[in-house]
Design a protein. Structure first.
Length: 276
C-alpha cells in the first residue's frame, strides 16, 4: 500500500478544497493516486448533494464582474445553506472565479456556465468539490450577462443583493450611474418604464384593482376607472423611470436623469437578491 504523505494531502486539498481528513482518507482509499482521490472526493460531493437536495440555500454571495470598457457585465449568485460557509475564503474565492469565467466566456445561460471547464474541471465539478468540502448544498442559482454603452454595478447588504444597470450613452458624472444602481437595489422596480411591464402583469394589476374596489362596495360602473387609477399608482411605484428618486423624492428617476442629460436613459437592468 502506498504511503500517504503530508505533501500529497496538501496538494489534494488545494485541488479540491476538501478537509484534511477527507483528503487523507481519499488518498488512502486510492492508494496515493491523486486522480482517483479527486474522483472519490467528487463522488462524496455528489452523495452529499443528493442527501441535501431538499435543503434551502438562502445564504451565499452575489458577485459582479464588469468588462474593462464598462460595456458588459456578468452577475452570478453562489448560494449555500449557512452564513458561516458563505463567509469563508474558499467560498468567496469560488464565487469570484465563477464570475471571472462568466465575463470572460459569456455563456448563453446558467446551464452553459456550469459546463465551462477550468483546468479540466467544469464549474459543476468545482461546485461538487465545494459541497464535499463543506457538507452543505451549494449551487450557482443566478447568472445574467448584459451589454450597454456604459454599465454600473452595485453590491448591497453583505453581498446579498446585486445590481447591474446599463445606459444608452456614456456618463461623465459617475455618481449618476451609481445613484441609479442604488435606486434599483433599494426599490426593486419590475421594469424600466410603463411600456416594459409584461402584459400579464398589467392584466393582473387591473384585476386586483377591480377586486379591491368591489370589496370596498364601489359600483360596478366605477370598477374599471378605479382599477386604472390603481394601475397608474403601480406604474409610479414599480417602474424605474417613474419612481420617486430615493435621494430626492421631489423628482422621479426620469427627471433626475434628464437634469443631467436630456437624452440619458436606462436601457437594461438586472437585480439579484439572496435576501428572503
Amino acid at each position: 500500500m502506498s504511503q500517504v504523505t503530508t505533501a500529497d494531502i496538501t496538494k489534494l486539498r488545494k485541488l479540491t478544497g476538501a478537509g484534511m481528513m477527507d483528503c487523507k482518507n481519499a488518498l488512502t482509499e486510492s492508494e496515493g493516486n491523486i486522480e482517483k482521490a479527486i474522483e472519490i472526493i467528487r463522488k462524496k460531493g455528489q452523495a452529499v448533494a443528493m442527501k441535501r437536495s431538499d435543503r434551502e440555500t438562502s445564504e451565499g454571495v452575489v458577485v459582479i464582474k464588469v468588462s474593462n470598457d464598462s460595456r458588459q457585465a456578468a452577475m452570478i449568485a453562489l448560494a449555500c445553506e449557512t452564513d458561516f460557509v458563505a463567509k469563508t475564503e474558499g467560498f468567496i474565492q469560488l464565487a469570484n472565479t465563477i464570475g471571472e469565467i462568466a465575463i470572460a466566456s459569456k455563456p448563453a445561460n446558467l446551464d452553459a456556465l456550469k459546463q465551462i471547464k477550468v483546468n479540466n474541471l467544469t464549474i459543476a465539478d468545482l461546485i461538487l468539490d465545494k459541497v464535499a468540502a463543506t457538507g452543505e448544498k451549494t449551487d450557482v442559482v443566478y447568472y445574467e450577462l448584459i451589454s450597454a454603452e456604459q454599465i454600473f454595478s452595485y453590491i448591497h447588504q453583505g453581498s446579498k443583493i446585486g445590481v447591474i444597470v446599463g445606459f444608452n450613452k456614456m456618463i461623465s458624472e459617475l455618481q449618476v450611474g451609481k445613484d441609479i444602481a442604488m435606486q434599483i437595489a433599494a426599490m426593486n422596480p419590475v421594469a424600466i418604464d410603463k411600456s416594459d411591464v409584461p402584459q400579464q402583469v398589467v392584466e393582473k394589476e387591473i384585476e386586483i384593482g377591480k377586486e379591491q374596489a368591489r370589496a370596498e362596495g364601489k359600483p360596478d360602473a366605477m370598477l374599471e376607472k378605479i382599477a386604472m387609477g390603481k394601475l397608474n399608482k403601480f406604474y409610479n411605484e414599480s417602474t424605474l423611470l417613474n419612481q420617486e428618486f430615493v435621494k430626492d423624492n421631489k423628482s422621479t428617476v426620469r427627471q433626475y436623469l434628464q437634469s443631467k442629460d436630456k437624452e440619458l436613459t436606462v436601457t437594461i437592468f438586472k437585480r439579484c437578491s439572496l435576501v428572503m
